[in-house]
Design a protein around this ligand. Structure first.
Ligand code: MN
Length: 357
């Protein structure tokens, strides 16, 4: 098991590699080249420079998060083959800098959604929050504007500008795409890419839909245990895996996270885990919360135990954190609370390891 932190390259992060290196237990970062337009090949020379920059700080980079998937692939358009070809070329370049795991998602149009990126709690900390009614009230295009205006000038992962321009047209398009067609489009992508991922020794790790339910008539597929089984059955390659995001999957009350972690980790299909907690306010409303069990509704201990018991040897990151101690940073990605969160996870893992001996 390796503990890592997400870090945004190219001067787009308030947190430095040196600060990350000082957090106990952390061996590396998950990062990306977020300025490469979706669908284009990631240039090898830039990847080599990125790896060097991270290595100079004494850290590893074995996880990329994310290489986003062009909308034409998700729509199943004839033009998808060109973008899939580029994706495979990017995989080849990633293998040269020895990337072992690639997190991606297959969410149509929008990436993750929150109604507030800095919701104030009584203790003065702020968190990202989700209120279903507020999201439904917002015209989807207003939502993009609202996400940008609350991002404090930082780019938001998954909310790339070139993607937003076509948003209205895309939402319209998906109204006529059935869930079955959407699964077929995902399978087409997997069948094309996974043989190369295997050859390059890169585990593909799909991120669940966040939140894990349909919105604005858009198909959502990576939402619960049954759908994840369907996903894994689309292609049996050992490179076909899941980013087990506790916060995303945990927003659905019906998801039994420890059982899911156990099942999919035992099958060797969880190369990467995002472990964070949420406080549920109702079936479709929640606040992100501090990591320890008593601060949220998810049993992080039981989840990490399920991973530990099944011989998990992938990567874990604390995912998002609250904003505390007056920190100014990209929403969800400050230094302080993620450092607290990862130290908690590190402690749980150490205790489980010692109890086993
Ligand atoms: Mn996540």
């Amino acid at each position: 098991m390796k503990l890592i932190l997400r870090w945004f390259s190219g001067g787009d992060d308030s947190v430095t590699l040196q600060q990350i290196k000082q957090i106990p237990g952390i061996v590396g970062v998950a990062t990306s080249l977020s300025d490469v337009p979706v669908g284009e090949v990631w240039p090898l020379e830039r990847l080599i420079a990125l790896k060097e920059e991270i290595a100079t700080a004494g850290l590893e980079v074995e996880v990329i998060e994310s290489v986003n998937i062009h909308e034409d692939i998700k729509k199943g358009l004839p033009t998808r083959d060109r973008y899939i070809e580029n994706y495979i070329k990017t995989l080849a370049n990633l293998s040269i800098i020895e990337i072992k795991c690639l997190c991606y998602n297959f969410m149509p149009v929008f990436d993750w959604i929150r109604s507030d990126l800095a919701f104030k709690l009584a203790d003065g900390s702020s968190v990202m929050s989700y209120r279903q009614e507020e999201v439904l009230r917002m015209n989807p295009l207003n939502m993009a504007e609202s996400m940008f205006s609350k991002a404090k000038g930082y780019s938001l992962p998954g909310w790339e500008e070139e993607r937003l321009a076509a948003m209205a047209r895309d939402i319209e398009y998906y109204q006529n795409v059935t869930v079955d067609q959407y699964w077929a489009n995902l399978q087409y992508f997997l069948d094309a890419v996974l043989p190369y991922a295997e050859r390059y020794d890169i585990k593909m790790a799909i991120h669940p839909d966040d939140p894990p339910w349909p919105l604005f008539g858009l198909p959502k597929v990576i939402t619960n245990a049954e759908n994840i089984r369907t996903f894994l059955a689309l292609n049996d390659s050992p490179a076909n895996g899941l980013t087990f995001c506790a916060g995303s999957l945990g927003a659905n009350l019906d998801n039994d996270l420890p059982a899911m972690a156990k099942e999919f980790s035992a099958r060797g299909r969880i190369p990467f885990a995002h472990l964070r907690n949420i406080k549920r306010l109702s079936a479709q409303d929640f606040d992100e919360s501090a990591h320890p069990n008593s601060y949220g509704d998810l049993d992080l201990f039981a989840i990490i135990k399920a991973l530990h018991d099944t011989g998990f040897d992938g990567y874990i990151r604390p995912d998002h954190g609250r904003m505390i101690w007056g920190e100014e940073a990209r929403p969800g990605y400050g230094l302080y609370d993620r450092a607290l969160g990862i130290t908690y996870l590190y402690g749980l893992w150490e205790a489980l390891t010692k109890l086993q001996c």
